[in-house]
Design a binder for this molecule. Structure first.
Ligand code: NAD
Length: 810
């Protein structure tokens, strides 16, 4: 023990341990043995058991149950049984329960924090001051959304039973991110915590019992990846919400392809931390501490790549080394430590292996002079300099306290380096120039951009990835969309949407014509005009080009007579079209007002040719009246998206701290669209133009059976100020080209409106770059119905939200 004068001399901290007594009592109360929480009851667990360990001591904390397939099934059935009642409770009823959860978390916050640090190895300062308060905040915030659901999300209903699978790095916080919005929106859940860290989820289950949450609304089942896989495969699950590695995310995307299950994936990252020469370097150093040594770097959005402007690089490295020397590592329950333990030996080995690789590849390693504790699994803060952008450690997620540092000269170079990653979870930008920060932020391919701050989270802000970091958002109003679907049974909410049915376009049009009477049909019905023989090319980069295959395919009318031919597009045409679409990426930066103007102009030019178009459509409809109606609806739809172009606003989230957070919808990038076969013109416009209105560039495959109307659009696009490459049209078999587009790694999103089999194939093939997909699974959508065939659903699918955190106020 140091004497007081010695302490004054060194000014070093002594240990300040947090007591683990209550947590141990709680574990003892359960005999250090836990079953599963299903239908509001504890089961003893029918299968094997496994140990959960304290990473700081390598000692066993408790034995947990590995759920069996039949227990997974019981949990899903319990959730299914509970769901109608939970929804029927209404927003206010659900708000009361969520509020009660938030309150109870606060009342038991210290037990939750200590349990979390024991089980995960994270410093108590973090679990106490960051994780647990954010958990409570998440439930409060979503109590509010439950209350407001009926007014704020009209026409939306719960998805149903949600399977939720979370990782070990923020066990309770990830649980809150999953459960709070799901419950608020009237769903019920089965949640599987990570096998390394289930204790706080089990304490949470107990809390649900204590507040009298109806049985089955929350079910918690423990176990490893096999339990996760069984949950994913369960046929009665409506949605899967997964947070974890990109590798497992890819498996889940493949496993659910074509099943109709909704899916959100929050995956890995390799986030850039960009430092400009005018940045306040002392703040930057503290920023780096928060970016990469928070939770020992086991953070999906860790700022693991420091990109620093050349002029200040040397100074920053010196300052960083000084700061690293003063970091304290040790017992996670010590309130004076900065870094705790690594979750498990397997993770420690992965970090050690990647660090070795870094040295082998020629980077320079620096670690502080002190050594790590030997009990448990620890790894020191590590800085790599002299790193080449292509090096393994610059590209692969290490998920440990290891940061690489690279330099750049110009802002453009910083963006290029930052975006040189297959991930796109987060980024932070450090500069004293607000102009520079707000110039860089929109150029970064990342779901969250922090300006002069890092690793700040809040329930009011959405969080989620671009690229291989996954899709879907958690938090913010955008996060709610993951847990609702549009009501389709029109009657129930007094809307005219109507159930989708499989009658053909012609049949529908006929019945409508009958009701509407002849007065709505401007053109009298006439016998079909004689077939026109024409061979159209493809439309790529604003030019008509011959198909690479050199083949054409016939187009038939409703009486199976040939009325023309179209080129048969192939893989190479798609490749060229994707390239052209990339070159037109400036469209995303054009103003929303400009995009609206272009869409109005297309409508105007299309209207001027409406007679010709409706004659052509009548050949495939076999009916002039419905063809007329299709053209009218097409013009109306173009107006709809022209209207939306400058109205699909972002939000300003009211995150606490000194911030405002701009939630900006951004286009996905290059979108592949396989248009529906029915309503050949309306279907094309309804699927291509919401995407274009939002700033995407599109590679579209028009109706395979009636592509001629889309071909008429070539000239209309040429004369309506649409920049070349914004809309590319490749005719041919939609089902065949769907596979090519889905597998293309430079396509950022993919919509497919056709058969269930190809829908499944699209989802399966999308795993290459984890592109976002939207498929209809062969469900007939009535494109003539404004609610089903247009609207916000399309805009949501065409955009991803970036949250930009900006310091604001005192
Ligand atoms: P992991 O993918 O190995 O495991 C995550 C969860 O999936 C665990 O509960 C695991 O049991 C389960 N699982 C494993 N195999 C499965 C399968 N085949 N089917 C279904 N479930 C399965 O990831 P991890 O090692 O626990 O966590 C680290 C990863 O999580 C990192 O890549 C990190 O970046 C990522 N992460 C992302 C976010 C985010 O919001 N984007 C947040 C935290 C962590």
């Amino acid at each position: 023990m140091a004497s007081i004068p010695e302490i004054f001399q060194t000014m070093s901290y002594g240990p300040a341990p947090e007591a683990a007594g209550h947590a141990n009592e709680w574990l003892e109360k359960h005999g250090r043995h836990f079953g599963l929480f299903i239908d509001g009851e504890w089961t003893t667990g029918a299968g094997e058991t496994f140990a959960t360990l304290n990473p700081a001591t390598a000692k066993t904390l408790a034995q947990l149950a590995q759920a069996t397939e039949s227990e997974v099934d019981q949990a899903v059935s319990a959730a299914r049984k509970a769901q109608p009642g939970w929804w029927a409770l209404g927003g206010h009823g659900r708000a009361r329960y969520l509020y009660a959860i938030a309150r109870e978390i606060q009342k038991h916050s210290r037990l939750f924090a200590v349990l979390e640090s024991l089980d995960n190895g994270k410093p108590i300062r973090e679990s106490r001051d960051i994780d647990v308060p954010l958990v409570a905040r998440h439930f409060y915030h979503h109590a509010g959304w439950a209350q407001l659901m009926e007014q704020e999300l009209p026409g939306r209903v719960p998805v149903g039973v949600i399977a939720q699978i979370v990782p070990w790095n923020f066990p309770l916080l990830m649980l809150a991110w999953k459960i709070a919005p799901a419950l608020a929106m009237g769903n019920t859940v089965v949640l599987k915590p990570a096998e390394f860290t289930s204790l706080t989820a089990l304490r949470f289950a107990e809390l649900c019992q204590e507040i009298g949450l109806p049985p089955g609304v929350v079910n918690i089942i423990t176990g490893d990846g096999r339990v996760g896989a069984a949950l994913v495969a369960h046929p009665d699950v409506n949605k899967i919400a997964f947070t974890g590695s990109t590798e497992v995310g890819r498996i889940i995307r493949s496993a659910t392809a074509g099943s109709g299950k909704k899916l959100s994936l929050e995956l890995g990252g390799k986030s850039p931390f960009i430092v400009f020469s005018d940045a306040d370097l002392d703040s930057v150093v503290e920023g780096v501490v928060d970016a990469i040594w928070f939770n020992q770097g086991q953070v999906c959005c860790a700022g693991s790549r420091i990109l620093v402007q050349e002029g200040v690089a040397e100074r920053l490295v010196e300052k960083l080394k000084q700061r690293m020397e003063t970091l304290r590592i040790g017992d996670p329950l010590d309130k004076a430590v900065d870094m705790g333990a690594i979750i498990a030996p397997v993770q420690l080995e992965k970090i050690q292996e990647l660090v070795r690789r870094g040295e082998d590849e020629g980077a320079t390693l620096w670690q502080p002079s002190w050594s790590c504790p030997r009990d448990g699994w620890f790894f020191p803060p590590t800085l790599f300099t002299e790193v080449s952008p292509a090096a393994t450690i610059a590209q692969v997620e290490i998920f440990g306290p290891v940061v690489v540092l690279m330099t750049f000269r110009t802002p453009a170079e910083s963006v290029e380096l930052a975006n040189n990653s297959r991930y796109g979870l987060a980024a932070s930008v450090w500069t004293e120039s607000i102009n520079l920060a707000l110039d860089i932020a929109p150029q970064l391919k990342a779901g969250t951009v922090w300006v002069n701050c890092t690793n700040v989270f809040d329930a009011a802000s959405g969080f989620g990835g671009y690229r291989e970091s996954g899709f879907g958002r958690e938090g913010g109003s955008e996060g709610l969309r993951e847990y609702v679907r549009w009501r389709t049974d029109g009657q129930a909410d007094g809307l005219t949407g109507g159930r989708t049915d499989s009658r053909t376009v012609g049949q529908k049009a006929k019945s409508k014509v009958k009701k509407a009477g002849a007065s709505t049909d401007r053109l009298p019905a006439r016998p079909p005009v004689p077939p026109i023989n024409r061979t159209a090319k493809l439309y790529i980069g604003g030019k008509q080009v011959r198909p690479d295959s050199g083949y054409s395919q016939p187009v038939l009318d409703s009486a199976d007579r040939q009325i023309g031919e179209v080129g048969q597009g192939n893989r190479k045409d798609i490749r060229n079209a994707v390239e052209a679409a990339h070159k037109a990426s400036g469209w995303a930066r054009s103003t929303a007002h400009n995009r609206a103007q272009v869409l109005y102009y297309i409508a105007e030019n299309l209207a001027a040719r409406s007679e010709e178009l409706s004659h052509r459509l009548a050949l495939s409809h076999g009916d002039q009246a419905s063809a007329n109606r299709e053209v009218e609806l097409t013009i109306e739809r173009l107006y709809t998206y022209a209207a939306w172009a400058d109205k699909y606003d972002g939000r300003v989230h009211h995150t606490p701290y000194r911030n405002v957070t701009l939630a900006m919808p951004e286009p996905l990038g290059v979108l592949g669209v396989i248009c529906p076969d029915v309503w050949p013109l309306l279907g094309f416009v309804s699927t291509v133009f919401p995407a274009v209105a939002m700033g995407n560039t599109v590679v579209a495959v028009p109706s395979s059976t009636a592509p001629l109307a889309a071909i008429d659009l070539y000239q209309i696009l040429d004369t309506s100020d649409v920049p070349g490459g914004v809309v590319n049209i490749v005719t041919g078999s939609g089902d065949e080209l769907a596979g090519v587009l889905a597998a293309h790694d430079d396509v950022d999103g993919m919509w497919y409106f056709g058969s269930p089999e190809v829908s499944a194939e699209v989802e399966r093939l999308s795993t290459g770059n984890m592109k976002r997909t939207w498929v209809d699974l062969g469900k007939a959508r009535d494109w003539s119905d404004a609610r089903r065939g247009s609207g916000e659903e399309f805009l949501e699918q065409a955009t991803q939200v970036k949250n930009i955190w900006i310091p604001y106020g005192e």
